[in-house]
Design a protein around this ligand. Structure first.
Ligand code: PHE
Length: 351
């Protein structure tokens, strides 16, 4: 019977074509061509009506059987193709997890910023709070109320950058603060004892730069005022601070120094990290690096802000943050900090 042979031919041809279909598109195309509404097998089934009764049953059964075979073959083939495509995609997109990662370039905080944060943390944990004040300051706060009147020789300690502002009386009372000490007065004006405060801030001096001096630098002022505050408290506080920041092996020296707004005045120095005390360029051949000035707040300064100087005493200190960073990291030139040389700055990675 020709019709049955026809069905068998269609089936075998379709099976052969199916074996060649190797991706989803080919499979889809095959499915439409073979099993679709206008497909070859459907056409045979549609034409059954024109066949004689006996032949119709036989051919119909054969066509239905062929369709079942093709259907099953399609399902199996589709699963296989899908699996293969997945395998290839996985292969293509495989990641070698043993390769080292490529680091992303990331900025970080400046070494001075981090040093300042560590210094403030050390004082916070000792019970100090943090305040800030103006960088453009009045002569009155920067000098006069700190017992440095005009024409006082102590003004020579501070090579001042004056703001070009002249009052009607001819005086030029405005400057870039030469230290953070004016904040001693500003804090005491606003609050009553007990006071324990540290004040970070930029300071400016009109001076030639060298390995240990910059014309702009960061200071942290400290002030503690209460009943019974003594020089021993100052010494204990600064020693504890130095231990926390520099480690226990660093030697610290406290010696007498003069500042008009403290009495007595002291200076804290640490042994030079570069020469270990024998004397070099970094320490100016002294073996010591001066870190801060300090002392007991002068009673006249206390009285000037309206405190009872018989009842209250206080200590104050002012330190250079660049000096702290320099000593901590063994850097031998303070000018490196602000010259924006990335090769230098990259040596201090971190948050
Ligand atoms: N202000 C002083 C300076 O910059 C340091 C200092 C602060 C000294 C507080 C005594 C008390 O040199």
């Amino acid at each position: 019977m020709a019709a049955i042979r026809n069905v068998e031919e269609i089936r075998d041809g379709a099976l052969a074509a199916l074996a060649q279909a190797s991706d989803r598109a080919a499979l889809q195309e095959w499915r439409v061509r073979v099993l679709g509404r206008k497909g070859e097998l459907t056409t045979v089934l549609r034409s059954l009506g024109s066949l004689p009764e006996a032949e119709r049953r036989v051919v119909g059964a054969a066509a239905n059987a062929a369709r079942d075979v093709l259907d099953a073959a399609y399902t199996e083939r589709a699963a296989r193709v899908e699996q293969e495509e997945l395998r290839q995609a996985t292969e293509r997109e495989r990641v070698d997890v043993t390769l080292p990662g490529r680091p992303l370039p990331a900025g970080s905080l400046h070494v001075i910023t981090r040093t300042l944060a560590d210094v403030l943390d050390a004082f916070r944990s000792l019970g100090f709070w943090v305040a800030e004040g103006p960088e453009v300051e009045w002569d009155e706060y920067n000098f006069t109320r700190l017992r440095i009147p005009e024409d006082h020789p102590a003004r020579d300690m501070f090579d001042t950058i004056w703001v070009d502002y002249t009052r009607p009386d001819g005086r030029r009372p405005m400057l870039l603060r030469t230290h953070t000490s004016p904040m001693q007065v500003r804090v005491m004006e606003r609050r009553q004892p007990p006071i324990r405060v540290v004040v970070p801030g930029r300071c400016y001096r009109f001076e030639a730069t060298d390995a240990t001096h910059e014309w702009m630098f960061l200071q942290v002022e400290g002030l503690a005022v209460d009943e019974g505050v003594s020089l021993a408290d100052l010494k204990g506080t600064l020693e504890e601070f130095a231990r926390r920041i520099f480690g226990r092996e660093r030697r610290v020296m406290l010696r007498h120094a003069y500042f008009p707004f403290v009495e007595p005045g002291v200076e804290l120095a640490v042994d030079c990290f570069a020469c270990h005390g024998t004397g070099c360029r970094v320490c100016g051949a002294t073996g010591w690096i001066e870190l801060l000035g300090a002392g007991m707040v002068h009673p006249e300064v206390l009285a000037d802000v309206g405190y009872d100087a018989r009842r209250y005493t206080g200590f104050a200190f002012g330190m250079g943050i660049e000096r702290v960073a320099l000593i901590r990291h063994g850097i031998d030139d303070i000018r490196m900090f602000y010259s924006n040389d990335v090769r230098f700055l990259e040596q201090f990675p971190g948050v």
